[in-house]
Design a binder for this molecule. Structure first.
Ligand code: GLN
Ligand code: ZN
Length: 761
């Protein structure tokens, strides 16, 4: 009988009460020293391993724990430490490590970007010609040895060389093969040999890049790399782990000389099943199946997954079966049992990391001994899911019909942009190069204190609202004084642009403790879309109307768009995302109409997450973008032609989606761009964009006050390709993380630049 085992790919670092975050921040604040930090972290590691072991995981991952980010760990381990951090060899000190992540006096931090299509951010490794990669320490070995002392034979986890290189910067594409095969592979060989000597049996090589578009040349390099790695440590078994989508080039993948292959049967279900069906699976390799969703919070439909496993079992005969979560559990919160405040049907339908490991054990038992061996658990699971599915609060009557009956006109502004532009100029004349901001102003200590007092019940609703009004009034005054053309109310009432709306829309819930790591010690608590999303009552009208009442200048309304509302939430999985997206678009449409009715003539619908949500395989882009565009247009198309619709996007690589951005048909778009300006402008050199556009002209992520000259140069370059009559002047993103002084000084300079420009043109 073929063995059936369970494995885990990675466990959340943050702790069930974010202890990890607290320790890190205490260290950064100088409240605890390095020894204390390391002690605390060791305690957490032990606890995490023990939890997984107690839950019956056969192959517990080690080395997935980190003090900041696992990609940074890998870079540090291989000596990829940019010169500016003045590392002099040997193991990387904790301070150098944190400096790479967060910057220090002498050196700017390494870049940070999204980990595939998740909301986790990793630190981008940098190759530099002057830096020779070398093994500074064998991190997985240390983790393995440590776990051994605690009586656990762990499975070291390593970010594989192909993905590491794919995620790095600082080299030309023609160096790729060399860097992979001549530079990185020898270092990996050393790591693996040492693990072999220490008695490790399996090593999980994470290669999520193998689900993206990999070309045949790259495949031949991957093949060579893994041949060498398996030869270097012949007694070690390598599990090549893919996740987040189906494996591309499956036939090539299963031919690699590794001992096991991990496939994601949740997020790559269709592709991977088709491949298993069409090409089978080698009888001498372990097949590790990601059967429990590692990225969402819903209970696993156990009966369904068991059936799926049996279906696969009837087709392939691997050397060994491993059942696993679909990816590292770092993307879900730790413990659903803590969520006692949710509606019972919802609470009964969710599983966080710990519960997912329980499910894994049950599934494995069922797979081994048959359905009847787990009949109680199956019954309970089926009932809970059914209770949730049928809960009346999930359904908004009539909504499906309304959406099904929308016509193409509902997605179309009444006038083309050229005519709208004219009408808008008449209704609210603006100077050439109008100036504005992206929406938020500093969430100062005062703002945060006020919110705390209100939440704690120390302040009444009225007290808090009057504070918010005063803050808006103060900032309307500041904006008028520095001479901005289109003003904003400042978003002081919002902690988070998604949470704010999810609190006010039907169909969303929030958890008490459902935190996940976003980057470093920063955690987010995504709301849950548990049912049909619908408009209940105006969400932003009061604030915008109040702000408008204080000034003769135009105040811009401020909403979060459908794609971003989805991307930054845990989304129900019983309805296609396209449908949910339309529901949100429709709800926002009502908000847009309410704002317009109350005299708000400029409305911005932010879609910062649109670009980062692009699917991992290019062939899936079209459907994703269509859905994003449709829901945005549903939200924004019913307004009068002279109402000006703005949108804003973060992330600077827009080259390949300019057509979609154009299709949004917004009157004005502002784009984050100051950090890679050249690149963004180049996109517009090659493709035309015909509507209003503000390329952020300074970087709000840095406390630095930009020089006027710098901003002027940036604009000059943009104006070579973009028509001045469509060009807006604005910072790069919202200003909520900056302080008042930085904000005002930067904006004063920005407006100087706009004035100078107006004289020139
Ligand atoms: N309007 C939001 C703000 O200014 C936009 C934030 C974002 O782009 N992420 O904060
Ligand atoms: Zn932004």
């Amino acid at each position: 009988m073929t063995a059936i085992r369970t494995g885990n790919l990675g466990y959340p670092r943050i702790g069930s009460n974010r202890e990890w975050k607290k320790h890190l921040e205490s260290y950064w604040a100088g409240k605890i020293d390095e020894t204390q930090l390391k002690e605390q972290m060791k305690k957490l590691r032990r606890q995490y391993l023990k939890t997984q072991q107690e839950k019956g995981v056969d192959w517990v991952p080690v080395g997935d724990f980190t003090f900041y980010d696992h990609v940074l760990d890998t870079a540090a381990m291989f000596g990829l430490i940019p010169k500016r951090f003045a590392h002099t060899g040997g193991p990387v000190s904790l301070d150098t490590y944190f400096a790479m992540a967060r910057g220090n006096q002498g050196a700017v931090a390494c870049e940070m970007t999204k980990w595939f299509n998740t909301n986790y951010h990793y630190i981008v490794p940098e190759f530099e010609p002057e830096i020779t990669p070398l093994l500074t320490e064998n991190k997985p070995l240390k983790a393995f040895e440590e776990a051994k002392q605690w009586g656990i034979k762990g499975k070291p986890v390593l970010l594989g060389p192909f993905t590491l290189l794919k995620l790095s910067k600082g080299y030309d594409s023609n160096q790729f093969a060399d860097l992979l095969l001549e530079t990185l592979v020898p270092l990996y060989e050393q790591v693996l040999k040492e693990l072999e000597t220490a008695g490790a049996e399996w090593v999980q090589m994470d290669e999520p890049s193998l689900v993206t578009d990999v070309n045949p040349k790259e495949w031949s390099w991957i093949d060579r790399a893994y041949s060498r790695l398996t030869t270097a440590a012949p007694r070690l078994r390598l599990l090549l782990q893919t996740y987040f989508d189906s494996a591309t080039a499956y036939p090539s993948l299963i031919r690699l000389p590794v001992h096991g292959i991990g496939l994601d049967l949740v997020h790559g279900k269709k592709g991977n099943l088709d491949s298993l069906q069409a090409h089978g699976f080698p009888a001498d390799k372990t097949l590790a199946l990601g059967i429990i969703d590692g990225r969402n919070i819903w209970k696993t439909p156990l009966a369904e997954q068991l059936k799926l496993l049996e279906q696969i079992q009837s087709r392939v005969k691997p050397a060994e079966w491993w059942l696993q979560p679909s990816c590292s559990l770092l993307h879900v919160p730790v413990e659903a049992a803590q969520e006692t405040g949710l509606r019972p049907e919802l609470a009964g339908a969710i599983a966080f990391a710990n519960e997912k490991l329980d499910e894994l054990a049950v599934l494995a038992k069922g797979f081994k001994h048959g359905k009847t061996s787990i009949s109680d658990s199956l019954q309970e699971n089926t009932d809970a899911i059914k209770r949730f599915r049928n809960a009346s609060f999930r359904h908004v009557s009539g909504l499906r019909e309304t959406l099904a009956n929308l016509s193409s006109e509902d997605f179309q502004r009444s006038h083309p942009f050229s005519e709208r532009k004219q009408l808008q100029a008449e209704s609210h004349p603006l100077p050439l190069f109008p100036t504005t901001t992206i929406g938020s102003f500093p969430q100062s200590a005062d703002v945060r204190r006020a919110r705390r007092k209100w939440r704690a019940g120390e302040w009444s609703e009225e007290q808090y609202e009057s504070f918010l009004r005063d803050e808006t009034a103060r900032w309307i005054g500041i904006q008028e004084e520095i001479g901005l053309d289109v003003l904003v109310h400042g978003e002081f009432e919002r902690t988070d642009m998604v949470e704010y709306f999810s609190d006010k829309l039907d169909g969303y819930s929030k958890t008490a403790n459902g935190w996940v790591q976003s980057y470093g010690s920063r955690c987010v608590k995504p709301p849950i879309i548990h049912g049909d999303v619908a408009f209940l009552s105006p969400m932003t009208v009061k604030e915008s109307v109040y702000a408008q009442s204080l000034t003769d200048k135009k105040v811009k309304g401020m909403l979060t768009g459908p794609t971003t509302m989805i991307r930054w939430s845990f989304v129900r999985d019983d309805l296609p995302v396209s449908e949910i997206s339309l529901q949100i678009g429709y709800a926002l449409r009502k908000e847009v109409e309410a704002l317009e009715k109350e005299g708000i003539g400029i409305i911005q619908v932010d879609e910062p997450a649109l670009r980062e949500g692009l699917p991992l395989k290019q062939i899936d882009w079209k459907a994703y973008l269509e859905q994003a565009v449709q829901s945005f247009r549903l939200a924004t198309s019913s307004v009068q032609p002279d109402t000006q619709i703005h949108t804003h996007m973060c992330y600077s690589e827009f080259h390949d989606i300019i057509e979609a951005i154009q299709a949004l048909d917004a009157d004005v778009i502002s784009i984050e761009s100051s950090r890679s300006h050249g690149e963004l402008v180049r996109s517009f050199e090659e493709k035309t964009y015909t509507q209003g556009i503000g390329l952020g002209i300074y970087d709000i992520h840095s406390p630095r006050i930009p020089e006027e000259e710098e901003m002027a140069r940036t604009i000059e370059r943009a104006l070579r390709v973009l028509p001045p009559s469509l060009f807006w002047i604005n910072p790069d993103c919202g200003l909520k993380t900056r302080n008042e002084k930085e904000t005002v000084e930067s904006l004063v300079r920005m407006i100087q630049v706009a004035h100078r420009l107006r004289e020139q043109w």
